[in-house]
Design a protein around this ligand. Sequence first.
Ligand SMILES: NC(=O)c1ccc[n+]([C@@H]2O[C@H](COP(=O)([O-])OP(=O)(O)OC[C@H]3O[C@@H](n4cnc5c(N)ncnc54)[C@H](O)[C@@H]3O)[C@@H](O)[C@H]2O)c1
Length: 352
Amino acid sequence: MGNIGVAVIGAGGIGTLRAQSCSQIPQIDHLSVCDIDKTKLDTLSNKVNATFATTNYEEAIKDEKIQAVIVSTDEESHYGPAKLAVELGKAVLIEKPFVLNLDEADDILAISSKTSANVYVGYTQRFRRRYLLAKEAVDAGNLGDLVMAMGKIYVTRAVGEAVASRSPNTTPSINTLTYMVDLILWYMEGKKPVEVYAKSASRVFKKYDRDDFQWMIVTFDDGSVATLGTSWLPPHHWPAYTATMEVDLQGTGGSLNIDDSHRDVVMAPENPIPCPYTPEHEVNVAFLGSAMPGDFALGEFFGPMKEETDAFIKQILQQGGVGLATADHARNVLALTMAADNSCKNGTPVKL
Ligand SMILES: NC(=O)c1ccc[n+]([C@@H]2O[C@H](COP(=O)([O-])OP(=O)(O)OC[C@H]3O[C@@H](n4cnc5c(N)ncnc54)[C@H](O)[C@@H]3O)[C@@H](O)[C@H]2O)c1
């Protein structure tokens, strides 16, 4: 297979970055974009010089020139386009958190096993090189048997507000902690989570009927334990554009710590600058390189979302492409984050 046609469904913040990534991949010779919002559609279509633009995802996905589909709609609207692509046997990359209920996830998995469609979920932080290197170290046995892990991901209030406004059924756990759950389940591959106990509270995000933060303790079938937390509380002007992360892995044969707070590149402009992810908010001090998907430099897009999109296309072209999260794995991540939310509600540990 030489060249390839790709449809990007959803022309919001992330669909724009996916389409931009696709426009930088030489093997993509047909790029369709789709959004129900005509203004966003036209803006993106012009920006990436799309070969086809439509407000109807069925038209984009059914097009026989399309072999691969990227579903970048908001969290509530992944299922329809993802299901159609899988039914047609087309490879699909769905943005996290896959879908918002386990029946939909299981339906997509069942259809894909019949049509042999390759289904992946966009856990983009895997492609920030430090997290890939950690996976390499764990798989190489450099840490021995991984028995304890800590992971945190804090995002700014601006990110929490954007998520809470667009998606009534998502929570800090399902939307944000999901990245950390993905990474830790990936690193702990082979171990099965058997119980989760979680705590949360709601003050700042009460008006959205959402929690401000959550910490969960996950127990695995061999007694290993992971403590994973998220917060939507850092103020709008927090210098990390989207997230501040840390991972700590402790094994019988070694330890590994990832400081992903981005304090290594600090810029203090005389005048405040817009935050790239939520440009309606300005920052006085910026940790450059801290935008989770990646950054534009000199007119091109660089970073984990570009590399993840590259890996997806390489997989389809059978030219490599490692590190993608499978839909099976993403289903387990979703189940764990939903169970943690139930634990918070019930005040008791939840068996998995
Ligand atoms: N991997 C990452 O780093 C990362 C980062 C942020 C968000 N995300 C995920 O990406 C997804 C999109 O987030 P976003 O910030 O771009 O949201 P957004 O609201 O900016 O964009 C979503 C777009 O989908 C469009 N849409 C909705 N229903 C549609 C339909 N039926 N057909 C066509 N278009 C439709 C909307 O009009 C909107 O333009 C979410 O699932 C989010 O969780 C991933």
